[in-house]
Each structure stands twice: as structure tokens, then as C-alpha cells.
Design a protein around this ligand. Structure first.
Ligand SMILES: Nc1ncnc2c1ncn2[C@@H]1O[C@H](COP(=O)(O)OP(=O)(O)O)[C@@H](O)[C@H]1O
Ligand SMILES: [Mg+2]
Length: 305
């Protein structure tokens, strides 16, 4: 069964189609990434999938339950970390988590046990009696996450949970997402950080101007851009660009102290370069072929703007 299913979601704000016919299906156990630049429509999409915003059209199912028809049942299955966390500044770290656990109907003993376990995991046990008001952004975000996962939700939504965090908080947040996934939560996370998506997600949809423009594993998305393969080479002496042309190598660009040669067939390009070096008495100092990065795929798909 799919843990999250969104069908033909649309939402416009005046003339702006913030989400324009988005459909996704996230299998149980996946960490699914919504990757897009600022204003792509990630937050609007996640808000519709978590029942904060009513779609103009379309439907959402969480663990098979229709969110519009049975909002309470569907919401009990999810933990949500919104773009701007919703922690209570006037409560302590522990009170925030315990209060949320109570809201989800957990009994007193499990509330206490789970609260301690999560605060430990998120590196905040020693601050449990302190008011959240005095916490840094990274600490607040960790409390927001503690509240969202206290009831071990089968489905976890996180909207750019690491944006603007310090390195330590970011690491704890990502480790906690992985931990929750191992414990059985299906995760949908939005990010504009390509490396984060690459490192964390089993599957990604790239969203641009309200539309999904590509879906697949990070590796599959990279492979769609095989033509951006290149060979990086350096020689023991300066080389003019017309030397490459004379040897039938059309796309060579200077790159620092090296040259980048773009080619559809890297193997062929390497052989041409070796021949060229031999015939022109050049010594090759280094040579390496490179696959496209997810970033190159992303920039190409979204036009880089
Ligand atoms: N409440 C709103 N009112 C008007 N426009 C909005 C509102 N929320 C989002 N938008 C617009 O919808 C588009 C998508 O925004 P958003 O979903 O926040 O993107 P992202 O989270 O990917 O940065 C943007 O053009 C944004 O300005
Ligand atoms: Mg957003």
C-alpha cells in the first residue's frame, strides 16, 4: 500500500498557480524528497497533504485514509514539521513534548519514557527544564521535531527542516529522520538542497513552478543527463584550444589549470585525448572522467532560474 497518495492537487493564489496538478505516490518505508527552488510550490503542496490548506481540486490519502473525508483519522497517522516550527516559547522543552504526547492520547508512563528517549536522541535532555524561549533556532527546530515524532507516526512530513540550521543541529535532524525511517515511518521531506536529497532520499520528485518535472531515484535522475559527461585533463604545458579542434575534439573548455572536454562517449574522448598528447608531445599530468551530478541534472531541468 502507498503511505502517501496525492492525486491531481491544485492550488492557486489569485493568478499564481502555486501547485499545478501534482500527483505523487510514496510507498511505505520510503524517504521521499520534494526538491525545488524557493517558490516552486513545496510548502503549498505539503500544506495540502497535511490538511492545513484545502486544495482547489484533487485528493490526498494517508495510509489509505482520505484526508478530506476523514481529516482526524488521517492526521493521527502523521507527524508534521512545518516550515516555521510551532513550538511554545512559554513552555519548557519537556513540557512541549509531553503536552503533544498527551494530545495524541498517550498514557502517562509512555509519555515520560518516549519524551526522555527523544530528547536524548536530539541532544536536548540536559535542557529539558529550560524555557524554549531561550533556545537557538537549531534547538527550537529539534523541539519541533521531537513533538512531531513523539507518537511514532507512520507518516512523517518535514518542510525544509534543515534550512538555516547550524551544522550540529542539521546532523541531528537528518540522523533523526533516518532513525524514524528505520523504526517504520514513511518520510516526505522537502528541500532545496540537492546534496541533502541525494544523501537521504530513496526517491525524489523535482518540482518547478508548481509542477513535477521529474521523478525517480537520485541515480536515475542523474543518468537522464548522461550527455553532460566530461573528461578533465591537465598537461605539463599550456595548450591552445585550437589544438583540440585540430584533433577533432569539439567541446574543450579551460577549467582552472585543466581542460574540460564534454563528450557523449567518455571512453572515445579519453582515447582521442591520449592520441592527441602522443602526437603533440604533451605529457598528461592528470585525467579523470566525471558523471553528471544531481545538481547538473537539476539545473538543466529547471533552467537554472
Ligand atoms: N498564502 C499565500 N498567498 C499568496 N501566494 C502564496 C501563498 N503561499 C504561497 N504563495 C505563492 O505560491 C508560490 C509557491 O510558494 P511555496 O509553496 O511557499 O513555495 P516553496 O515552499 O517551494 O518555496 C509562490 O509563488 C508563493 O509566492
Ligand atoms: Mg517552502
Amino acid at each position: 500500500m502507498n503511505a502517501i497518495e496525492a492525486c491531481n492537487l491544485r492550488k492557486s493564489f489569485g493568478p499564481v498557480a502555486a501547485v499545478d496538478d501534482v500527483s505523487i505516490a510514496v510507498k511505505e518505508g520510503e524517504i521521499f524528497g520534494f526538491l525545488g527552488q524557493n517558490g516552486a510550490g513545496k510548502t503549498t503542496a505539503i500544506r495540502m497533504m497535511t490538511g492545513v490548506l484545502t486544495p482547489d481540486t484533487g485528493s490526498v490519502r494517508i495510509g489509505g485514509i482520505d484526508l478530506l473525508q476523514y481529516p482526524l483519522e488521517a492526521k493521527l497517522k502523521m507527524g508534521v514539521i512545518p516550515e516555521n516550527g510551532t513550538v511554545y516559547s512559554d513552555l519548557t522543552a519537556e513540557q512541549n513534548v509531553l503536552w503533544t504526547a498527551k494530545f495524541y492520547g498517550m498514557d502517562k508512563a509512555s509519555r515520560k519514557r518516549r519524551c526522555e528517549e527523544i530528547l536524548t536522541r536530539l541532544g536536548l535532555l540536559h535542557r529539558r527544564y529550560d524555557l524554549v524561549r531561550f533556545f537557538s533556532k537549531g534547538m527550537r527546530q529539534r523541539i519541533s521535531i521531537a513533538c512531531a515524532i513523539v507518537h511514532s507516526p507512520p507518516v512523517l512530513f518535514l518542510d525544509e527542516p534543515t534550512t538555516g540550521l547550524d551544522v550540529y543541529s542539521r546532523r541531528l535532524v537528518l540522523d533523526t529522520v533516518r532513525y524514524m525511517n528505520r523504526e517504520g515511518s514513511t518520510v516526505l521531506i522537502t528541500t532545496h538542497n540537492i546534496e541533502e536529497a541525494n544523501e537521504l532520499c530513496s526517491s525524489i520528485s523535482i518540482i518547478d513552478k508548481g509542477k513535477i518535472i521529474a521523478t525517480g531515484t537520485p541515480e536515475k535522475l542523474k543518468k537522464q543527463f548522461d550527455t553532460t559527461r566530461f573528461v578533465e585533463i591537465s598537461f605539463d604545458q599550456p595548450v591552445r584550444s585550437d589544438l583540440f579542434e585540430a584533433r577533432g575534439i569539439p567541446r574543450a573548455e579551460p577549467w582552472g589549470d585543466k581542460w574540460r572536454v564534454y563528450a557523449e562517449n567518455a571512453d572515445h574522448a579519453v582515447k582521442q585525448l591520449v592520441d592527441m598528447a602522443e602526437e603533440d608531445n604533451l605529457t598528461i599530468l592528470s585525467i579523470a572522467t566525471s558523471s553528471p551530478t544531481l545538481e547538473q541534472a537539476f539545473v538543466q531541468m529547471t533552467g537554472g532560474a
